[in-house]
Design a protein around this ligand. Structure first.
Ligand code: PLP
Length: 405
């Protein structure tokens, strides 16, 4: 008899559930706007040609398949942190502790465990308190809870303006217990597409400083706001300039299109090489009993691309093309809605950034879109703009217009 016969069935993941329902729909016009993965203008998954070329070059060298070290590839880590921090005194003086992680999810989880074990200066004796923007990526909460942290939220999105509730944000960060951990989306906020301006980032940085909060940056979409990797890292670089010792979770899923390869990096800025070495040792102690060492195939691709000027140039240009295609679909969708005579204000489609548009559609309208038009999005009204194409943008606008008349 099974020893697991009493296991209660858990709920399905809300986002993955959207794709299951989409797959079961036979309408030829159906559109999947649930998934947070880039699609090309034919609506197909996209492998960047720089990634493909890197793959061929690596294969040609008949590489080994040995284990990586527990902390992952040192070359990859070096390239990852330079991509994020740029030229920077911390990087050059050995004041960055870092490990290769199982993509952005793994980086957040490692950060959570590290904080649970070692973070000092928090207001609570037992657990670190991680504050998430309201709303945030749905996986953040379970990640930090499972890692042993407490989780709460701070004001971020204002449904009335469909933009940043800046005053509310500053107020809740000021009111939070001193020494909290504040999770910040470096750019292209998921799910709202709402990013603070540089001026607003400066003020957020000042509040965190005044309160002794720890900035924990999650950068899963570097490149997707502006098309430029450096411009999109401006928020965290500003915090570093302001003297914060930040923690950074990086994902290479979207900007290199390496989703299933699980390529990511967790880094922590430190005061000294001794501190770096101590944190590195603990990150390895966390990684070893969980998965021993991280996967090798994906980081090789990143190393190959960032180690070759020609491939890097081609990758940067394709990255920009992905961002620009999404921006052009924003414009098309907004124009189509106004040409159809929609009386609503759709400016936020253009004003929001990155892969997502927080449309403001209600749960009922989302249900209506699915049931009457075979258009699938998450219940919170988030549209993955990456699923919009030249071909389906008109159908989508008509469907949205129909459910919002
Ligand atoms: N952080 C945010 C805000 C995300 O949206 C995602 C993916 O959707 C991730 C992190 C992590 O993704 P991955 O584990 O594929 O790198």
């Amino acid at each position: 008899l099974s020893r697991f016969s009493k296991v209660p069935k858990g709920p399905e993941d809300a986002i993955l559930g959207v794709t299951v329902a989409y797959n079961n729909d036979t309408n030829p016009n159906k559109i999947n706007l649930g998934v947070g993965a880039y699609r090309d203008d034919l609506g197909l998954p996209f492998v960047l040609s720089a990634v493909r070329e890197a793959e061929y070059r690596i294969l040609d060298r008949k590489p080994h398949m040995e284990y990586l070290p527990v902390a992952g590839s040192a070359m990859f880590i070096d390239k990852a942190i330079r991509l994020a921090y740029g030229t920077n005194a911390f990087v050059d003086s050995g004041c960055v502790a870092a490990v290769q992680t199982l993509s952005g999810t793994g980086a957040c989880r490692m950060a959570g465990v590290l904080m649970d074990r070692f973070l000092d200066g928090g207001s609570r004796d037992s657990k670190p308190l991680v504050l998430l923007p309201n709303p945030s990526w749905a996986n953040h909460r379970p990640i930090f809870l499972d890692a042993g942290c407490d989780v709460d939220s701070y004001a971020y999105y204002d449904p009335a303006t469909k933009s940043l509730d800046f005053d509310g944000c500053i107020k809740s960060l000021s009111d939070a217990p001193a020494g909290s951990v504040v999770l910040l989306h470096a750019c292209a906020h998921n799910p709202t597409g709402v990013d603070p301006s540089l001026e607003q980032w400066r003020e957020i940085s000042a509040v965190l400083k005044a309160k002794g909060h720890l900035p924990l940056f999650d950068m899963a979409y570097q490149g997707f706001t502006s098309g430029d990797m450096d411009t999109d890292a401006a928020s965290l670089r500003l915090f570093v300039e302001d003297g914060h010792r930040i923690v950074l979770a990086q994902s290479f899923s979207k900007n290199f299109g390496l989703y299933g390869q699980r390529v990511g990096c967790l880094s922590v800025l430190t005061d000294s090489e001794e501190e770096t070495s101590a944190i590195n040792s603990q990150l390895k102690i966390i990684a070893r009993p969980m998965y021993s060492n991280p996967p090798i195939a994906g980081v090789r691709l990143v190393e190959e691309i960032l180690g070759d000027a020609e491939l890097e140039k081609s990758w940067r240009s394709e990255m920009r093309d992905m961002a620009l295609r999404i921006i052009s679909m924003r414009a098309t969708l907004k124009n189509n809605l106004s040409e159809l005579g929609s009386v609503h204000n759709w400016d936020h489609i253009m004003n929001q950034h990155g892969m997502f548009c927080f449309s403001g559609l209600t749960k009922e309208q989302v249900d209506d879109l699915r049931e009457r038009h075979s258009v699938y999005l998450t219940a919170n009204g988030r549209i993955s703009m990456a699923g919009v194409t030249s071909k389906n943008a008109q159908y989508l606008a008509e469907a949205v217009h129909d459910v919002t008349k």
